[in-house]
Design a protein around this ligand. Structure first.
Ligand code: FAD
Length: 153
């Protein structure tokens, strides 16, 4: 299994508990919108704690983005990500996942489960191919909605 250490280019909160983390993209590291990789933090004690996250950037971008719901009350990887800064490193592993766009339809997601649709809908929008695709996106509270403006557009 290959692993790649990548630097964090930016890290921002996009809701009260969701981070957008943009990293470098390793050479020839490809994915299809909807796919994911295991991610760990390149710091002592956390390198072996691999957790799956979905790419939310597009395959043509020269960076990678992850959109990650954090669990601040629980000492797991997402809590540690809240302390990450620009130029810290993540370790990425193999790309996997069978979720991909197979044609027009109605897509249903809840909370952070929307992440595969971020990359899928971004790619469709970039090609002007949103057409009759629809997203039904359920959340507990309005404040939990990830990328509301972008999805409404
Ligand atoms: C293929 C795949 C792709 C994924 N992509 C994404 C993605 O793009 N973005 C995203 O946000 N998530 C994604 N996930 C989910 C993500 O992997 C998990 O949220 C993450 O692994 C949590 O890691 P953690 O170490 O912080 O928490 P873990 O130790 O794994 O525990 C998280 C769980 O603990 C529970 N919990 C929270 N607080 C407490 C507490 N105080 N005590 C006990 N339990 C608590 C939470 O309900 C949650 O279920 C994906 C999962 C899969 C399988």
């Amino acid at each position: 299994m290959q692993s790649h250490a990548v630097k964090v280019k930016s890290i921002n909160k996009i809701t009260h508990d969701v981070l957008s983390i943009v990293t470098e993209r390793p050479f020839e590291y490809g994915f299809t919108p909807g796919q994911a990789t295991e991610v760990s933090i390149n710091k002592s004690g956390w390198k072996e704690e691999k957790k799956p996250f979905t790419f939310t950037s597009m395959p043509i971008d020269d960076y990678l983005e992850f959109t990650i719901k954090t669990y601040p009350l629980h000492n797991g990887v997402t809590n540690q990500l809240l302390h990450l800064k620009k130029d810290d490193e993540l370790i990425l592993h193999d790309v996997f996942g069978a979720i991909n766009y197979k044609g027009e339809g109605v897509f249903i997601a809840g909370g952070a489960g929307v992440t595969p649709f971020i990359s899928i809908f971004r790619e469709l929008a970039s090609k002007n191919e949103i057409k009759n695709n629809r997203l039904i996106f359920a959340n507990k509270m309005k404040a939990d909605i990830i990328l509301e403006k972008e999805f409404r557009k």
